[in-house]
Ligand binder design. Structure first.
Ligand SMILES: Cc1cc2nc3c(=O)[nH]c(=O)nc-3n(C[C@H](O)[C@H](O)[C@H](O)COP(=O)(O)OP(=O)(O)OC[C@H]3O[C@@H](n4cnc5c(N)ncnc54)[C@H](O)[C@@H]3O)c2cc1C
Length: 387
């Protein structure tokens, strides 16, 4: 089986690479020190929209780029090369509204997201409910044509700058996670909603918040995917997102490998470039092997998704392998650069910190392994390759 990159994607990759190197690379240091200001976000979003690289994952009928998952993964590789705080310039759009929204919800939320006019967020995790979503305590109680939301969410990426949040709340405690949770589209200017904290963390690029809902009144028409369908809304789109981690991780690791190759050739010690030493060569080779394996897994996963196959099992495998792979690649990059690898003059210590978060965000590697093992033990999947 061979994956030939379609010409259209090759061209798009070139456009994105140029944008990354010419427009984004010079901003990396500023963004690392100060974050992304609202003005910068607006200006870069406009440039990306004008260039036709924003919301590539969304269908053309709503103004997106119409890329399948294989194309999205290949573009994610390019975006992996840059500071994660700048990756918003190739927005994912809003998969949940696309898959589950009514036409009216798509016009109200999805279309503005695709135009770069609205920022979405997802509010599932709570202080007492991360991996185990059956523990969520945020409630939504029906009151005629409205629902009243109360509770606290945390680790919501971009809650402080989002225009709306897909909030998952308990609507029927007796039904538990399957049937008892509903997703609501909550506008962040709704009275009763407020962001109480922006977390400081291991890396500048992690922009996660805590927010509270106090008698927050949401119209019934803002239920996404139907009452009690929250687990389906959450589950479907996360499978796809987990697979996309593969693209970012391949891009990050490839960027690291290029830097390591160049440095190893020019760093002379004991009379020779360190590239001549087998210890260094093996680190380069191991990262190259890791990249190849992750890329093939990810492409195959994405191709299967595009064919309409059920890839939930594969998505957990890709996510786990990719995020652990990029951690190894970042560790080797620091080792090859010696002491300078630890200094903020070079990007490696930053990347090392950033990629650590990937083993937790979007579902931990323990939970992915739990899903994979459960599928095998219950006979839901073959232990071979399902063609
Ligand atoms: C950068 C970042 C961005 C995020 N963005 C969002 C967002 O936008 N929206 C959102 O809703 N959430 C978001 N999250 C939350 C993320 O989904 C959770 O952090 C993640 O699901 C883990 O939950 P937790 O942190 O509560 O850890 P816990 O669930 O408390 O887990 C603690 C530890 O126990 C392990 N563990 C749990 N259950 C088992 C088990 N059965 N077997 C073995 N080990 C187990 C876990 O793997 C972990 O090592 C984000 C998190 C991060 C770090």
């Amino acid at each position: 089986m061979e994956f030939r990159v379609p010409d259209e994607i090759k061209e798009l990759k070139k456009v994105v690479r140029r944008f990354v190197e010419e427009e984004l690379r010079p901003l990396e240091r500023e963004v690392e020190e100060k974050g992304v200001s609202p003005e910068l976000r607006k200006a870069l979003t406009k440039k990306a929209v004008d260039l036709g690289i924003y919301a590539l994952a969304m269908p053309k009928e709503y103004g997106g780029g119409g890329l399948g998952l294989l194309g999205q993964v290949m573009i994610a590789e390019e975006m992996g090369r840059i500071h994660p705080s700048l990756r918003f310039v190739v927005s994912d759009g809003d998969q949940m509204v696309l898959h589950w929204g009514t036409e009216e919800q798509k016009q109200r939320y999805l279309v503005p997201v695709i135009r770069g006019e609205k920022i979405p967020a997802i509010g599932m995790t709570e202080p007492d409910a991360g991996s185990d979503i059956s523990m969520i305590k945020t409630t939504a109680v029906r009151d005629g044509d409205h629902w009243i939301l109360n509770g606290t969410k945390h680790f919501t990426t971009y809650a402080d700058i989002a225009d709306y949040i897909k909030v998952f709340a308990v609507t029927d405690k007796s039904k538990g996670a399957r049937g008892g949770i509903t997703c609501f589209l909550v506008d962040t200017d709704t009275p009763g909603f407020r962001v109480t904290k922006v977390f400081d963390s291991i890396a500048r690029s992690l922009h996660v918040c805590e927010e509270v809902f106090e008698n927050c009144i949401v119209p019934h028409e803002n239920v996404l995917g139907g009452v009690g369908q929250g687990h389906k809304v959450f589950g479907t789109t996360y499978a796809m997102n987990r697979g996309r981690y593969g693209g970012f991780c391949v891009g990050i690791a490839e960027y690291l490998l290029e830097k390591c190759r160049d440095y190893a050739k020019q760093r002379v010690l004991f009379g020779e470039p360190i590239a001549n030493r087998q210890a260094i060569q093996w680190m380069l080779a191991d990262t190259a092997i890791d990249i190849y394996a992750t890329r093939m897994m990810t492409y195959n996963f994405a191709w299967r998704y595009d064919q309409g196959m059920d890839v939930r099992h594969e998505s957990s495998m890709v996510k786990t392998f990719a995020v652990e792979m990029v951690g190894r690649a970042a560790d080797r990059a620091i080792q090859i650069h010696g002491g300078m690898g630890l200094m903020k003059d070079l990007p490696f210590e930053r990347i090392y910190r950033e990629v650590r978060a990937l083993r937790i965000a979007g579902g931990t590697t323990e939970i992915q392994r739990m899903i994979i093992a459960r599928n095998i033990l219950r006979g839901h999947v073959s232990t071979g390759y399902n063609i």
